[in-house]
Write a protein that binds this ligand. Sequence first.
Ligand SMILES: Cc1cc2nc3c(=O)[nH]c(=O)nc-3n(C[C@H](O)[C@H](O)[C@H](O)COP(=O)(O)OP(=O)(O)OC[C@H]3O[C@@H](n4cnc5c(N)ncnc54)[C@H](O)[C@@H]3O)c2cc1C
Ligand code: SF4
Ligand code: SF4
Length: 768
Amino acid sequence: MPNAVQEFVTSILSSGSSDLRRPQIDAHHETNIPGLYVIGDLAGAPVIKLAMAQGFDVVEYIAALPDARGAAEGEYDVIIAGAGAAGLNAALSAQEKGLRTLVLEKEKIANTIQNFPEGKWVYAEPDSTPAKGKLWLDGARKEDLIDRWHEIVTTNRLEVRTEEPITSLKRQQDGHFLATTPQGQYRARRVIIATGQRGNPRKLGVPGEEQECVYHRLYSPRHYHGEQIVVAGGGNSAVEAALVLSEQNSVTLCHRGEDFKRIFKDNQRKLDAAVAEKRIHLRLNSQIKQFGAKQVVIETRDGGQSVNSTLPFDHAFVLVGAELPVKFLKSLGIRLENEWEGSLARAAALALATLAGVWLAAGHAAWGATTLGAGWRLPGAALAVAGLAALLWLGRKGDRFAWLGISFIVFYSVYGIKTGEGNEFWPYRDWGYKAFSFFHRPWSFWYTVLYTLTMTVFGIQALKRWGLERKDKFQIWRYVSLLSFQWIFFFIIPEFLFQWAIRYQWVGARLATDPQFAQAAWRSYGIVYAWPLFFYTFFGDPSRIWIVWGLLLTFVIIPVFVLFNGKRYCSWICGCGGLAETLGDRWRHLAPKGRTSIRWEWMNMAVLIAAAAVTLIVLLQDGIPLLRHPASWGMNVYHLMADVWLVGILPVTLYPFLGGKVWCRYWCPLAKMMHLMSAAYARLGWSRFKIVANDKCIACNECSRYCQVGIDVMNYALKQQVLDNATSSCIGCGICVTVCPMDTLSFGGENGLVQIQAARPEAATVRA
Ligand SMILES: Cc1cc2nc3c(=O)[nH]c(=O)nc-3n(C[C@H](O)[C@H](O)[C@H](O)COP(=O)(O)OP(=O)(O)OC[C@H]3O[C@@H](n4cnc5c(N)ncnc54)[C@H](O)[C@@H]3O)c2cc1C
Ligand code: SF4
Ligand code: SF4
């Protein structure tokens, strides 16, 4: 049973991992194994220029280390696995810095680029970033680029051993590495893994696949004339191969799906034309079962039945993607991101022990009618310290559940105390609020200070990451907006300005002396927070001014804002979204992804319905006395569930594991309300909010990885499909636009006629 619970929890917590799991590396690309580095595609560089930059940077770092040089006879200072953009550029830099360098390449130099379709134009994006290092890069046909790279390898006398993959790597007692290939063994002080993500073509695993006439790559399609060719696969590579082969051959394209979900719009158009002209014969819902001598057996699903048929073939191309290098990395002992190791039960027990220790140490511990004496304080403190220390120790050893336990203790304490004096959660009951209220200010004030400072510190980091370092005006303004709203509307006004406005009668003598208005500073949060996020706007005998403003904000201003900006309130204005975009930013790539995670979004609707129902009952209770009891019960339950657990403790605890948007995406009723409006506007064709894509997508997955609400943006980009709130819960943060290395995505204006590249000023395009 505990195992089943752990498995269930792990499946939720790891739902943010895409198939392309990255290794855990530090700022210098070093893995958990000292001296072992990972760069390039494998470490998140989606294009050649950025992969090259990583190769250059990692060598700058290594070359500056005191023991960088001086490898013994027969040893290397650095071995580089992979002769792609990252590996070759690293090798050139290393050689220039005087390091003895060896490159081991599994197949050919620049193998990934070799596998691009014949004549493919290789872009040198992003334009705004200059290329680093000695490897040449400019927009060019793939053949020309590869020729230049061969020339560079030769003129620089780089030691590159092709057709020699690293098969194993051992760190020896002296800290040096022993790399094994099918041809031999090599020793080096340091190893850089630059093996990319696309190196191992996936196989079907059917009989006959090993025959010479069955390929897993297409090198020179124009060498085939007048043949019967079978292509298996449903992605862009398979479709592009089928299209080019169909120019001189009869091609059958065999795909196990019922349509091509992830191909470029242009490829779909060309495929439709080729099928109509009978140059390509489509076999959908079909799988190859066997390659015989000149015959292939295909199984086709038709309704509930499977039918086998045979086709003659001269050559077959199995283009069904690449095996991810996860196994290879794990075999080297490299830790991957979001690996859920450890024990949930142990972490829960330790977290509980820590809180129990706090309970005893605080001296407020009671058991039944007996109050435990002061003698329990010291053991209590020891228990709390030991529990926390054990969690920290386990966490540092790679137990992620232990970090979850620590995160829970911190945020449970912060929010459990904030519920108010006398209402604190165990073990802070009856003492926590008072203990954390100092300098004549209550804990709720210090909580706001803490919140604002946390947002500011992490907001500046996020501003640097997305805005300043990328010279991205959109993101600079977004973070300035989030921090300004927090400081002005969620801190200075409710905590200071409101009181001064009353004291100095800036709001006029009548309001300033009206206790209904003057004594409710907390209502000023409602200047920006709309119902139902600010649930209490209409409750507890508010001054008429707040009722009018609340109605105006919720039912006029927000709907108009949504028309033009979709759900940008969540990513530009809101304080809850603000904490997620700042403190939660570094974990945004862990946002749950996939269909199940989207289905979970129904919970927002449930909270919205609950908020509307409780609001209605509370407002009607004066007229219908029967509703008084349900109203007070509803208020209490909603407050406990939505205002404490769902907005505070749970989502913030989960920031490091599921990204920052758990509340906003799954539970915020205002986000749901705005979503319903925005979706309706989009369906009616009124919405001015959408993201559009041009045809330059290279399927690098960066946009999907960093979308904090788990949208598969790449899927939209590949199909050049408009992304709006009719089909997604996009909050308009623009991070997908910012991270796209190919400048594929942009916010589209009215009817897509005016496109303003939101991110980079130098790439700004205004198309009339
Ligand atoms: C269809 C497509 C189009 C693209 N178009 C562009 C474009 O126009 N512009 C652009 O900038 N980027 C483009 N890219 C992205 C670009 O290809 C990658 O960003 C780049 O190749 C990454 O370089 P890398 O050195 O990290 O990895 P790779 O180029 O993949 O190099 C890795 C090398 O390691 C080798 N290897 C694998 N395993 C081992 C092993 N065990 N031992 C030794 N060697 C090994 C491989 O054979 C390979 O040569 C495109 C990608 C695709 C798939
Ligand atoms: S799709 Fe893009 S703009 Fe929308 S929420 Fe995701 S990352 Fe932000
Ligand atoms: S749209 Fe997404 S997948 Fe395509 S190139 Fe840009 S970031 Fe990569």
